[in-house]
Design a protein. Sequence first.
Length: 395
Amino acid sequence: MGRLNLDILHDRRGTDCVKWDHKDFVDNRVSETALPLWLSDMEFKIAEEIQKALIERIEKGFLGHSMPGDSYFKAIQGWYKRRFNWDIDKDSIFYSPGALPALGFVIRGFTKEGEGVIIQEPVFYPFAELIKGNNRKVVNNQLINDNENYRIDFDDLELKVKDPNNTMMILCTPHNPVGRVWTEEELKKVVKLCRGNDVLIFSDELHCDATRSGVTHIPTMTITDYNRIITAVALGKTFNVGGVPISQIIINDEELRKVWRSETRLKHYIAFAPPLDMVLTETAYNKCDYWVDEVMEYVEDNFDFLVEYLDKHLPKTKYKKPEGTFLAWINFGAYVDCEELFELLITKYDVLIEDGRTFGKSGTGYFRMTVACPRSFLKEGLDRIVSAINELTDN
Ligand SMILES: Cc1ncc(COP(=O)(O)O)c(C=O)c1O
């Protein structure tokens, strides 16, 4: 028995959270009673140690301008050394108010308008939005879906990195939403191709702590000395604090750091870091390994539950337990049209899951849902999906 009771569904309403208090953000036809199984945000309460540390910090009575100090850097270094055997130099760690703002700074600082940025669809959709929003070109190195085993199309990637107009690649590892944790061999091939063509790699490793037992995430920077890599890590996914604007951007190369500093500080005046967020980071990384381990065990059991449930009730579903993330990527296309199902779930069965099409054309037919929730809640969502599919197939 662990220390946490993850079977409890807490009432989060009244915190202005997107999932429960702003359901109309997804679709304004959604009812108050809808089950939100979308968004990569867990239904588990944050660690008590974090709550306590934040209260103690507030009791000091000051929340003035603050900067990362030694203890903040040490906490980050300690976590990545302990969990990934990754030695991060203190001077390589930069604060960013989120990984996506950092990606925006990197796109603006390291590429020119009109240049191509490579992504691997179906993938976390803000990547494409940021590329387009900054007047760069989305270049899709489509993942190959081999019976729900996703892999990289290296021949296509080679063509894309060789095009001199393509100057940057966003690598998502673990990959959201398909759940792959790229192996050392795959990472080495990606790095080799990018290095050979001087393509900058932005390695988004936000889901690095959410892996299944027996699967190890490998930080891209640990397998190479290629200097044109920028890594984003953060504790948002890991400790269920996604609403907190803080992430760590790791840059080893001094030339790259110069560009980063100029982009963030000189152009956007990001010189400080939020005091509460730093306390949170320090406490989480120093004291809450147990919380992540327990939550990940529970998530693993939820994935097993999901597999069993689908095998029993909807055996023709295309689905594979992912290696990483706490997100399921499911295709009910053998039973229904995904558009019709999505409509019915929203308008009648009160379930909010994400339409795979948002992640790129190749997401058509898929849904993404989070399993980081009490099992009873997951089961209720699945029961409603089965009812909706039954209604559509009975007609
Ligand atoms: C792969 C990936 N990158 C980035 C983010 C968002 O990062 P942030 O909130 O730090 O901007 C998410 C959140 O879902 C994500 O899944």
